[in-house]
Ligand binder design. Structure first.
Ligand SMILES: C[S@@+](CC[C@H](N)C(=O)[O-])C[C@H]1O[C@@H](n2cnc3c(N)ncnc32)[C@H](O)[C@@H]1O
Length: 197
């Protein structure tokens, strides 16, 4: 028996959450693997908002979507920081988003000079949990192998650990005996109904 990979586990959790017609956000588009996954889950009746600050990422991701889904797909590409997601996602969608995926770090295949940083990641995570519908899910894949990765992972873990228990469930999925800085997953589920304190 083997455990499924971090990225596959994030996809499994989101699959259980999203239905055709739902709204989803890819907070770090990169090469578009998660954008394509979200687009296939929500279908043409749904919407995916895809954020990245690098035009190169959005260009590559858009090519991936067109290759797999043609020119009709539900993703709207937004070249902006995910910390501004509330400003870019229409107000009518606030509180109605089913799943938001973060895959932090650098654009695979790039020179690693542009990385996600806690100064924008934490505001983005706060916006994300506000945008979620009750029962919605945010997944965060964290990397510690690059410079700055440890600092960001520590900040995100602290943020997640401090989310109020009556309103959120927080999961950590990690391969803890690997020595090569494997990525790990934090998933935040917004409770359908807040627990009584
Ligand atoms: C690890 S990659 C994402 C991989 C992607 N999920 C995929 O499927 O290929 C991280 C991405 O975050 C982007 N990024 C960095 N800072 C950002 C920010 N403030 N807002 C949005 N995206 C950001 C980078 O440009 C990079 O493309």
């Amino acid at each position: 028996m083997g455990f499924i990979s971090i990225l596959s586990y994030a996809h499994r959790l989101v699959s259980e959450q999203l239905q055709p017609g739902d709204i989803a956000i890819d907070a770090t588009v990169g090469n578009g693997v998660d954008s394509l996954f979200l687009a296939e889950r929500v279908g043409l009746q749904g919407s995916v908002y895809g954020f990245d600050i690098q035009a190169e990422a959005l260009r590559k991701a858009s090519g991936r979507l067109e290759k797999h889904m043609g020119d009709r797909h539900p993703v709207r590409w937004i070249q902006a920081s995910h910390s501004l997601m509330k400003e870019h996602v229409p107000e009518a969608c606030h509180g109605r988003v089913g799943a938001i995926m973060f895959n932090l770090g650098y654009l695979p295949g790039s020179d690693h000079s542009t990385i996600t940083v806690p100064e924008t990641t934490l505001p983005a995570l706060n916006a994300a949990v506000d945008l979620l519908r009750p029962g919605g899910l945010t997944t965060i894949v964290l990397y510690t192998g690059h410079e700055g990765g440890d600092r960001e992972a520590a900040a995100v873990e602290q943020w997640a650990a401090e989310l109020p228990q009556p309103n959120f469930q927080v999961l950590k999925y990690a391969m803890i005996n690997q020595r090569n800085h494997p990525p790990y997953l934090i998933a935040v589920a917004k409770r359908e109904v807040a627990l009584r304190r």
